[in-house]
Design a protein around this ligand. Structure first.
Ligand SMILES: [Zn+2]
Length: 342
C-alpha cells in the first residue's frame, strides 16, 4: 500500500511516497482503508520537529481519518469489512484510571495517531477497534475528516471543560480556523451570542456566515477594546482560545468578571506572561483542554448528522501531493480544512 512518510524534520520536512507492506491487524485491531484524512497544525509541528515528545522517523502523519474497515483481527468487537467509520485520533488505552471514568483525553498511555504511531496519509491504517465510531447516515468521509479532530476539540472545550449558558457572550478566536469555525457553531447552537476574530475580510465573512454576530479584525491592536465595546464594556463570559503567544493575555482584556478562558493550543507560542492581579480580583479562570473523549467524538458526528455542525472544507489533495498540502497550511492561506484523499 502507498503511504506518505516523513523521513527528516524541517520546514519544509523531507517526505517520501513509499510502497509499504499491507498492514495486518493484531488481536483487538482493525485495518481501515482511508477515504479522507484531515490536515492539522499538529502535522506541521510533527514536520518541524516542534513537539515536546520523542518521535521515531520515518513516520506516516495524518490524525483525522475517515474510511472503511477492510480487515478485523480477533477480539475486534462488532467491526467487519465494509463498515464506514471515523477514527478517534487520541488513541487511548481504555484501561487506566482516567479511561475507566470516561476521560480518555487524560489517558496515561495515550498515543496520537500520526504522531506516536503511523496515521492516515496512507491507503490503509491499523488502529485498535476501541477508537472507531460508526459514521452516521448523512456524514460522508470528507465531512468526517474535516470535523472530527478540530470539531471534537471544540466540543470538548464547550461542553466538557466548560458549560455555556443561553445568553452568554462567547468569544471564539480565529473563526476561520478548524477549532474556531466549530466553536462558533457549537456556541451558537447552545444559545450564546458569539463574537469572533479574523485577520482578513474573507475570514471575517466566513465567521459571520457560521453564526458570529460580530467579528473583529485581529490585525488591529485595538481588537480587545472592540470586543469590550460590543459587550457594553462588560466583556465576554467565555473565550475559546487555541493560539497562545501574545493572543492569550489579550483574551483576558476581553473577559468579564467571573469569566473563563479555555485553551487547547499554542500555535503562536507556549510561554506566556500573565498579570495575575486582574485574574484574581475579577475571579477569572484559565482552563486547559486536550483533545476529546469518546462522548465528545460521538456528539460531533451526531451534530454533523443533524446539520447542526457543518464542515468548512478549503481544498482536497491527492496522497502524492501531501507535501504541497503542508505548504498551503503553513502559508496560512486556508479557510477551514485541507483534506488528503488517498
Ligand atoms: Zn487510558
Amino acid at each position: 500500500m502507498k503511504a506518505i512518510q516523513l523521513i527528516a524534520h524541517g520546514t519544509p520536512g523531507k517526505f517520501g511516497l513509499y510502497d509499504l507492506p499491507e498492514p495486518q491487524p493484531r488481536s483487538g485491531e482493525v485495518v481501515v482503508e482511508v477515504k479522507a484524512c484531515g490536515l492539522n497544525h499538529l502535522d506541521l509541528w510533527l514536520e518541524a520537529g516542534g513537539l515536546p515528545v520523542q518521535i521515531c522517523l520515518p513516520r506516516t502523519p495524518g490524525s483525522e481519518v475517515a474510511g472503511v474497515v477492510s480487515a478485523a483481527g480477533d477480539a475486534a468487537g462488532e467491526w467487519k469489512p465494509g463498515d464506514a467509520v471515523a477514527v478517534q485520533s487520541n488513541v487511548f488505552c481504555g484501561e487506566c484510571e482516567f479511561c475507566l471514568r470516561g476521560d480518555d483525553s487524560l489517558c496515561l498511555r495515550g498515543e496520537l495517531l500520526g504522531i506516536g504511531r503511523d496515521g492516515g496519509f496512507a491507503e490503509k491504517v491499523v488502529v485498535p477497534a476501541r477508537v472507531l465510531v460508526r459514521l452516521p447516515l448523512g456524514v460522508d468521509f470528507a465531512a468526517s475528516a474535516a470535523l472530527t479532530l478540530a470539531g471534537s476539540t471544540a466540543m470538548h472545550m464547550l461542553t466538557n471543560r466548560t458549560q455555556v449558558r443561553a445568553g452568554d457572550w462567547v468569544l471564539a478566536i480565529g473563526g476561520a480556523s478548524g477549532v474556531g469555525s466549530a466553536a462558533i457553531q457549537i456556541a451558537k447552537q447552545l444559545g450564546a451570542h458569539v463574537i469572533s476574530t479574523g485577520s482578513t475580510e474573507a475570514k471575517r465573512t466566513l465567521a459571520k456566515k457560521l453564526g458570529a454576530e460580530f467579528v473583529v479584525d485581529s490585525t488591529q491592536t485595538s481588537w480587545p477594546a472592540e470586543v469590550r465595546k460590543l459587550t457594553n464594556k462588560r466583556g465576554v463570559d467565555l473565550v475559546i482560545e487555541h493560539v497562545g503567544g501574545n493572543v492569550l493575555p489579550k483574551c483576558f482584556d476581553c473577559l468579564a468578571r467571573g469569566g473563563t478562558i479555555v485553551t487547547c493550543g499554542a500555535t503562536a507560542g507556549r510561554e506566556v506572561a500573565l498579570n495575575l492581579w486582574p485574574i484574581f480580583v475579577k475571579e477569572q479562570r484559565l482552563i486547559g483542554s486536550y483533545g476529546r473523549n469518546r462522548a465528545d467524538f460521538r456528539a460531533t458526528l451526531e451534530w454533523a448528522a443533524a446539520g447542526k455542525l457543518k464542515p468548512v472544507i478549503d481544498c482536497v489533495f491527492p496522497l502524492d501531493q501531501t507535501p504541497a498540502a503542508f505548504e498551503k497550511l503553513r502559508a496560512r492561506e486556508v479557510f477551514g480544512k485541507v483534506l488528503i484523499k488517498p
